[in-house]
Each structure stands twice: as C-alpha cells, then as structure tokens.
Design a protein. Structure first.
Length: 121
C-alpha cells in the first residue's frame, strides 16, 4: 500500500512539474504578457504558412493572415494584417507601422505586407 502511494505521489509531482513548465513556456501567455507590458512580440509558426500570426506592439494586438505562392515556390508572398480592437488603434502611427512591417519582412523576406482597416497618420 505504501509503495502504491509513493508511485502515485511521484506521478503527481511529475504531472505538476509538467503543467508548470507548459504554462511558463506557453506562447499565448507570452503574447498576452507582452501586450500587457506594451512590448513587441510576434507569435508565429514559420513552418506552417497556413496558420495565422499574432503580434503585439505598444499594447495593441494584431492578427495577420499569410498567403502563399502555391504555383511556384510555396513561400509566403502576402501578409494581410489588422488590429483586433478598434479602440486602441489611434495610438499607432506610420513609423509604428513601418517597424511592424520590417519585423514581418525579416521573417518573410519575399512577403508584401498589406494593412486592413488601418488608416495611417
């Protein structure tokens, strides 16, 4: 009986450590923390061009949709990006948009960034 309790306790500790480590390493948590701290953070999976990207800059959350050139290279050629909340977009200026575009072009050099529903200063 004591042996079974020890094994159960070991499994419980392993499960707790795994849960804590997965919470700390969670990209969604890092994205929300960067948004709260008004830092730049890009949440993207470059290996999966069909998955949308998320980024935060100056406390504003953006979502981007990637489009690939399926005929020739299969690389990302266009990124449509928009903000998730309309209230906070007034804080974004044209130089801020350029910073975001440069960060996206560093990851996807052949891509063209197009802004949806955003009117620069």
């Amino acid at each position: 009986m004591v042996f079974l309790m020890r094994i159960a306790l070991i499994f419980l500790l392993v499960f707790l450590l795994y849960s804590i480590m997965s919470y700390i390493a969670s990209p969604d948590r890092k994205l929300l923390a960067a948004k709260r701290n008004k830092q730049f953070f890009l949440l993207d999976d470059p290996a999966n061009p069909l998955k949308n990207l998320f980024l935060t800059y100056k406390g504003i959350l953006f979502e981007g949709e990637k489009y690939i050139d399926s005929l020739h290279s299969g690389k990302v050629v266009t990124i449509h990006i928009w903000h998730c909340r309309h209230k906070t977009i007034d804080k974004l200026s044209l130089p801020d948009q350029k910073v975001i575009e440069r960060a996206l072009i560093d990851v996807y050099p052949e891509a063209e960034v197009e802004w949806k529903n955003i009117h620069p200063d």
